[in-house]
Design a protein around this ligand. Structure first.
Ligand code: SIN
Length: 473
């Protein structure tokens, strides 16, 4: 697939464009046209017409088209991964992993399209038949982030398309090329062009139109809690259905009775995926006092194996951070912690490669009054806190407004259940640092969001339940 051959998407420099750059090299990759408010209104109108026809198709037809879309993603996985690494920075192997992850949602919801069922309830009188049917919600909108440029799109569009909705996607300005590539493949798979549309442009302009539009009946957003709250407020006037996958501040607890080697693998997988730029990555690592020193040393050793570099280079497993603001934030978190008494065990600075490369960093003796305890760092910083008792660990882990993902390692089976139930989070990894897949319900509680994506629950986010009362007398 040659995305760069599609001149209707990618432009040479012009006034109304977004510049897409490679964070590894600063090279300009493309100029993407901005959609303005009037154009977006037209796109919404066309989507309304197209959605009505799409909703009339048989679930089997929608499922077949999604399976064709899935096959095309797999056929083009190498070039999709290359586009992703170039615009986002993540290592090529991780990009390939994300393309497979993205494809898995399409396959999953292709099957789910055919599993949508209503209910018949026992009625109160003989004459009445009481039924509930499920219908597509209509035209939906998605606002997606730069950290997972493909998977966060398919996790939203696949259930929308499966249920008979149309969906407009505003992709992140840093990573629009992956979005356009998916749009092209969806068209090639036979998904009508006005049913799945990618738009780009000024975030405020686009989100204002989407949120205020009566025609858009649902908004799904992945991004920060701050922006999520703004969108929530903007959608209030039109009473839209909302799904929000927002910020996290994941605790990662290692008890004395954990298998240390496995816990270190779990921390590495969770903390350093996408160079620490995931909503679910370990943000606070709690080690019990009996294992604390050993864990710090073992993690330090393991972190020496990380290789920072351009994601296209062989062997790289830590790419650059997305922008300078990300570098400033991690520097601020490190400086604050060190100034308040934490100890630096490794890293701590911008990488000698320059740009937005940052050294994987380990600090210990971290305490609750430090910034890293309260805010999501979104960078390769592993802060270790010491704790004594299970109660203390649970209390510290829950002491945040966020509630997306939490992890803990223990070999005590009673503790596994007890701690899992006590953690106030939407997702809990027990003896694992990797929890994301299409089968599982992804989502958070508290300030981490609303609704669930993926899994058997994901399609309901794009459907309404209609109650029918049939009187037979
Ligand atoms: C995210 O960081 O927003 C999503 C991560 C995932 O799907 O695992």
């Amino acid at each position: 697939m040659d995305l760069f051959a599609h001149k209707d998407i990618l432009h040479v420099e012009a006034e109304q464009t977004i510049k897409v750059t490679n964070p590894a090299t600063n090279e300009i990759l493309a100029y993407v046209r901005k959609t303005n408010a009037a154009e977006l209104e037209t796109i919404i109108k066309k989507a309304q017409i197209a959605q009505k026809q799409w909703a009339q198709t048989l679930a089997e037809e929608r499922s077949d088209k999604l399976m064709r879309f899935y096959a095309l993603i797999l056929e083009n996985k190498e070039s999709l991964a290359e586009i992703m690494t170039k615009e986002q920075g993540k290592p090529l192997a991780e990009s390939l992993g994300e393309i497979l992850y993205a494809a898995s949602f399409v396959k999953w919801f292709a099957a789910e399209a055919r599993q949508v069922c209503g209910d018949i309830m026992e009625s109160k009188t003989k004459a009445q038949k009481i039924m509930a049917i499920k219908q597509p919600i209509g035209v939906c909108a998605a606002i997606t982030p730069w950290n997972f440029p493909s998977a966060m799109i398919t996790r939203k569009i696949a259930p929308a398309l499966a249920s008979g909705c149309a969906i407009l996607v505003k992709s992140a300005s840093q990573t629009p090329l992956s979005a356009y590539a998916l749009e092209l493949l969806a068209k090639e798979a036979g998904i009508p062009k006005d049913v799945f549309v990618v738009v780009n442009g000024d975030s405020n302009v686009i989100s204002d139109v989407l949120c205020r539009s009566e025609a858009i009946r649902k908004l799904s957003f992945t991004g920060s809690t701050k922006v999520g709250a703004q969108l929530y407020a903007k959608c209030a006037r039109t009473i839209k259905k909302l799904s929000m996958e927002l910020g996290g501040n994941a605790p990662f607890i290692v008890f004395d009775d954990a298998n240390l080697e496995e816990a270190i693998e779990g921390i590495m997988a969770s903390k350093f995926r996408n160079s620490g730029q995931t909503c679910v990555c370990a943000n606070r690592i709690y080690a019990q006092s009996g294992i604390y020193a050993q864990l710090c040393e073992a993690l330090k050793q393991k972190m020496q194996t990380l290789k920072v570099g351009n994601g296209l280079d062989k062997g790289t497993n830590q790419g650059p951070l997305i922008n300078q603001a990300a570098v400033e934030k991690v520097k601020e978190h490190i400086a604050d912690a060190l100034q308040k008494g934490a100890k630096l065990l490794s890293g701590g600075r911008e990488h000698s490669l320059g740009g937005t490369y940052f050294e994987p960093t380990l600090i210990c003796d971290v305490r609750a009054d430090m910034l890293v305890a309260r805010e999501e760092t979104f960078a390769p910083l592993a802060p270790i806190f010491r704790f004594e008792s299970e109660e203390e660990a649970i209390e510290a882990a829950n002491n945040t407004e966020f509630g997306l993902a939490a992890y803990f390692f223990t070999q005590d089976y009673k503790r596994q259940w007890r701690v899992a139930e006590s953690l106030e989070y939407g997702m809990v990894g027990i003896n694992t640092g990797l929890i994301s897949n299409e089968v599982a319900p992804f989502g958070g509680i508290k300030h981490s969001g609303l609704g669930r994506e993926g899994s058997k629950y994901g399609i309901d986010e794009y459907m309404e339940i209609k109650y029918l009362c049939l009187n037979l007398q």
